[in-house]
Design a protein around this ligand. Sequence first.
Ligand code: URP
Ligand code: ZN
Ligand code: ZN
Ligand code: ZN
Length: 452
Amino acid sequence: MPLLIQNGTIVTAERQYVADIYIEDETITSIGTHLEVPEGTPTIDASGKYVFPGFIDPHVHIHLPFMGTFAKDTHATGSQAALVGGTTTYIEMLAPGGSEKLKDGWNTWTGMAAGQSACDYTFHIGVTRWDDETETTLRELAAGGMKSFKVFLAYKGAFGIDDAALYKTLALAKELGVIVTAHCENAELVAQLQQKLLSEGKTGPEWHEPSRPESVEAEGTAHFATFLEMTGAKGYVVHLSNAQALQVALEAKARGVDISIEGVAPHFLLDCSLTERPDGANFVMSPPLREKSNQAALWKALEDGQIDTVGTDHCPFDLKQKAMGQDNFTLIPNGIPAIEDRVNLMYTYGVSRGGLSLSRFVDALSTKPAQLFGLYPRKGAVEVGSDADLVVYDPGHRGHISAASSHMNTDYSAFEGWEIDGRPEVVTVRGQVAVQGGQFVGEPGRGQLLRR
Ligand code: URP
Ligand code: ZN
Ligand code: ZN
Ligand code: ZN
């Protein structure tokens, strides 16, 4: 079914202009003013609204066995929440346990998503151990279009890998032309500091941040950058949380290391004082929420394009799961749910109430992730020939975030009560309307696995 989106202000990473967009067979087939279209074409009036390319979340966890439990979304719930929030493509971290074969992990993760997601999706392939099977599978997956890997320098004894595995992964990535994303915290320092704090009787969620301080993340970032430098591989630091680590990444960039930087919504907006509340466990993620003073540096770097992308690190656990670490902060499942809220939060506190330009907003939340991860210009663009993944955004909407109205499969929101200055009014996935008036009206299971 063709579709016309009329009179919206189209916003791309480069410019803004008012025009109509005509969609046929899942793609954009013309853009212009006063387009002639067949009589009876379904039409969406976007006057006074923005039309953005569908947003891409480059960092989510949907299926995740982690810290003795599982993250709570399914691809059905996670994708519908994503769409209501304006995200039309997400990249999930495929993270097999260190004792699981990568091929088995691939089968598990793709099996969970197939026929379930309402939006398009793809994977960063997690390298959680190194052996012949891993190398063979990575070569096969890269040849099949899975053009990004993921490594964890943190999580000793779980997803974390040692330096030999890191070096081999990066050398292979360089050979294959694959980008490697990395969680950068020094695992051994975290393990030692956790034990020290616990032995001093410091067991509450407020000790999570001191167990992995800013310098531990800065060290992890420097460590990754050095390995990138030695191998010539292309790297991407995920969820960079603080000014010190930012400085390290920017210095590496300045000396020619091919390194990109991701920020995630929680670090721009929430700070570690929240972990002192009675419900402090709900605000535990890694790297941790930091002192508020870091946020100005993150926003400035985002505005200037030094932080390349903004994801969520969506990782939903419910209150019962969070309570698993009541008496020991090292047992709190790490993660904050945010897939539904990223676009509205970054629009409200970045564009509407801050210094983030609309173009940089679109770039960081859509175009740049598409470019870095091989999806552009199929995704991340409003161009003839691009997939018709579009967000008609109403900047006149006023509302609040609440767990009660959320589509994510959890029972709390870290952003409960936060005001929002806009929302996706209509969202299309490859030409089909998936959200109307802020409600999911799409086709469950229509999402495709994107090969890049
Ligand atoms: O706390 C977090 N970030 N949980 C998800 C796993 C990860 O490190 O991204
Ligand atoms: Zn991580
Ligand atoms: Zn190091
Ligand atoms: Zn993550």
